[in-house]
Design a protein around this ligand. Sequence first.
Ligand code: SAH
Length: 352
Amino acid sequence: MKQHLLDQAPEEWEMENGPAYRRRVLSQWVFGKRATSFEQMTSLPLPLRTELAGRYQLRSLRLARRLQNGDGVQKLLWELKGGEAVESVLIPAESDAASRRLTLCLSSQVGCAYRCVFCASGLLGFRRNLSSGEIVEQLLQAEEIVGRRVDNLVFMGMGEPLANWEVLLRSLRLLTAPWGLAMSPRRITISTSGLVPEIRRLAEEPLAVGLAVSLHAASDALRSRLMPVNRKHPLPLLLEACDEYSRKKRQRITLEYILLAGINDSEDEAARLSRIARRLRAKINLIPYNRVDSLPWNSPSPAQVDRFENLLLESRCRVTVRRRKGEEIFAACGQLRLAAFPDSSPTIQACR
Ligand code: SAH
């Protein structure tokens, strides 16, 4: 199988038939003009185009399904080479101005090894890492499909981005380098279940990408029950790594907090959560839980969500509540699960 051109950085591209400056020309075709085939690259000499076409591919994801719901959220289901599938979700900002900001939620792995008890992706188990070509192509193709640029990127789809470390770094380079897609790192957010060593490594990287940490519980006992990763990387170490990240990057991190009715929505949990957020000067993003078939968890009522939010506001935390976009098409985080398509084709059902 041909290699994806974006599985390598430009300095690694093999080009026997062209001097070094042709790499720049090739990057311009790929990232600037968004060429989808080598044939289009008419400013490159034919022998070089033929060589590249024999060695590399520019597109490897096949759009298997595209679903749109009432509030403009779109889910794109991609079939990967080899038959697995992942999803990306396009989320327009809540304001309905003509220039609505558009966020794209990317997947970084097929399935996930971390098995948070509430999450649909964990039910799949870990299948494989995506490559940087497959990650960046989710953006390129999504922009082709909607005919406009995406404003923000969040690594909140399927998978644990920090567990696919090398590929994540290469993807971030392709996305942010001036010769690449030249996105501002501030418009990119990596969400993690809390891999402490990688949070520290990311803090050392020069890239100022945003960090969101899936906290979901403010005490070790509860967090270990909900998120097995907490047994390996308990809260005190996680919070230290978060603190280091925000100090080194001079950034506020985001604490994601799913609300699970009767589990983590008590007054005591709110008090503990607010102490953590104040200590880290972090923003809190409350996420009413999106129900997953076959899992026993429920979201609290809107009134209970308000009550929890108010407790945090009263203790002077910065809080936002994520609207439940995309629920009707199972596009919400944690529901990126292929079994959501009852009439899916055999390749897709094999991913259950
Ligand atoms: N592995 C990374 C990124 C993927 S999940 C992480 O854990 O952060 C993106 C976010 O969606 C995480 O905060 C995750 O905990 C949350 N999530 C998972 N299942 C959910 C569900 N059913 N409803 C709402 N949010 C969910």
